[in-house]
Design a protein around this ligand. Sequence first.
Ligand SMILES: Cc1ncc(COP(=O)(O)O)c(C=O)c1O
Length: 261
Amino acid sequence: MNRSARRMAMPQLDEELFVQSLEELLALDAGWVPSGEGEALYLRPFMFATEAFLGVRPAREFTYRVIASPAGNYFGGELKPVRIWVSRDFARAAPGGTGDAKTGGNYAASLAAQAQASEQGCDQVLFLDPLHDNAIEELGGMNVFLVTSDGRLITPELTGTILEGITRDSVIQLAKDRGMTVEERRVTLDEWDRGVQDGTITEVFACGTAAVITPIGELRDGDRTIASTGTGDVTQAIRDELLGIQTGVVEDRHGWMHRLA
Ligand SMILES: Cc1ncc(COP(=O)(O)O)c(C=O)c1O
C-alpha cells in the first residue's frame, strides 16, 4: 500500500497505525469471519484525497479507511480451472505508468477488456506486454505462474507494468521451499502454447489475495484455444499450503501471520 501511495503522490501510512486499524475493525466485526473452506473476511484498506480544492497537484489532505466483507471462492463454487481471454484490443499498463500500483484507475482501465472476456464466455482477461505483444503480463487482478514438467515455476518478471502481488511473493517463497527453481523472466504466449503442446508445461495458475490460487484451464486468443491441463498437483499443493498457513493448520515458517480474530 505504501509503495502504491508513493507512486500516486499520496502520503505513507504508518505501519503500526495500519495494523491497529485492522485490529480495531476486527474487534468489532470478528463475528463476520466465515469458516468455510477457501472463505475469508476480505479486508480492503484504501486512501483517497479529501482536500476541498479544484486543480491538479498532489492533495494535502487524505482519508484512510478499511472496509471488510466475508468472501467466498473468487470464481464461485469448488476449485475448477478458469477460462482466460487474451486481451488484444486493450492494454492495462505502460512503462513508467501506474501498472505496479494498486490504484482504482487500473481496475477501471481493465473493465472494458473484462467485459469483452465475459462476452466470449471467459472468466478473466490476460494482459500482454504493451511493447512486445507476445509476452504475457498478468490478469486483471491476479499474477500468473507456469509449472514445468521438470519442476520449475515461471512467472513474468516485474518490469513496472505488473503488480507485485503479495500472493505472487508468497508462492515464489513456498515453491523455493519445495526445492523448485523459480524463474522470473519474460514469458511469451508462444512458449505457453508450445509448452502445453509438447508437455513441458504441465500446469498454469493465477494467484491473488481474493482468488488465492486458481488453475487456468483454457487460454483463448481470438478464435484460437490454447488448452492447458486441469488442476495439477503443484497448483493444488501450493494452494493447500498457503491456505493452511492462513488458517493456522500449517506452520508459519516465515512469520507472515498476524492474528486478528
Ligand atoms: C492487477 C493485479 N495483479 C495482481 C494482484 C494480486 O495481488 P495480491 O496477491 O497482492 O492480492 C492484484 C490484486 O488486487 C491486482 O489487482
